[in-house]
Write a protein that binds this ligand. Structure first.
Ligand code: DX5
Ligand code: ZN
Length: 226
């Protein structure tokens, strides 16, 4: 059994104190920070851009997991590579030439992730799964933190895990949206390697205990080493 990676999402932090929020993630023991980038077009909200990532990068060695919820992600990836993102995930719904973009991210030495919104089936990804490092399954309609997980989306995690086992692939499976202590066990049992936590993380009174609790959730042995 392997431990689960917790990726707190900065979106749920108080933006007037982002440095303090970064330190909260660091001291919690979480190895990743999830950075939600919204353009007001792909999703009905705006968040922050590459400058935020570059500024935070100077103060942290956490794994920076950028989630681009944007149209035309091709026009933005270079900025996030330069800013120091370790992984860049974009949406298949926003990109026709996803294979090319994955190549570009890899050429820069970064991990490439692909994400699907709740209305997109896993089957759409079948030609891409051998090229990506991570699949981010959205379990809410992206755009806002603090929403309730859509239970049906969790089945996609099991589908992805089965596909990965069958094809002998090694991408990681991440889940984003409505993850908390109540929903995480089912998500991890389904096969998630990484869970993103926004509001549940920043609202927790003991974040280190929360991270310990979620990290200790065991997932199937077939998951790739991280
Ligand atoms: C939603 C974002 C999520 C969000 C998760 O559009 O992609 O990463 O921050 O927040 P919670 O955990 O509050 O659902
Ligand atoms: Zn996200």
């Amino acid at each position: 059994m392997r431990t689960t990676i917790v990726a707190p999402s900065l979106l749920a932090a108080d933006f007037s104190a982002t440095g303090a929020a970064l330190r909260m993630v660091e001291t919690s023991g979480a190895p990743w920070i999830h950075l939600d980038v919204m353009d007001g077009r792909f999703v009905p909200n705006l968040s922050f851009g590459a400058k935020m990532v570059a500024d935070l990068r100077k103060h942290s060695k956490l794994f920076f997991d950028a989630h681009l919820m944007t149209e035309v992600p091709e026009s933005l990836v270079d900025g996030f590579i330069e800013a120091g993102a370790d992984a860049i995930t974009f949406h298949i719904e926003a990109c026709v030439h996803a294979h090319r973009l994955i190549d570009r991210i890899h050429a820069a030495g970064r991990k490439a992730g692909i994400s699907i919104v709740p209305s997109t089936p896993v089957s759409v990804l079948s030609e891409l799964l051998r090229y990506v490092d991570m699949v981010l399954v959205m379990t809410v309609n992206p755009g806002f933190g603090g929403q309730k997980l859509i239970p049906r989306c969790v089945q996609k995690v099991a589908e992805l895990r089965d596909f990965r086992d069958r094809e002998g692939l090694d991408f990681q499976i991440a889940v984003d949206g409505g993850v908390n202590t109540a929903t995480a066990p089912g998500i991890v049992t389904a096969g998630a390697d990484i869970v993103v936590m926004g509001s549940a993380f920043f609202e927790a009174t003991d974040r280190a205990a929360l991270v310990r609790q979620i990290s200790a959730l065991s997932r199937p042995d077939s998951s790739p080493a991280v």
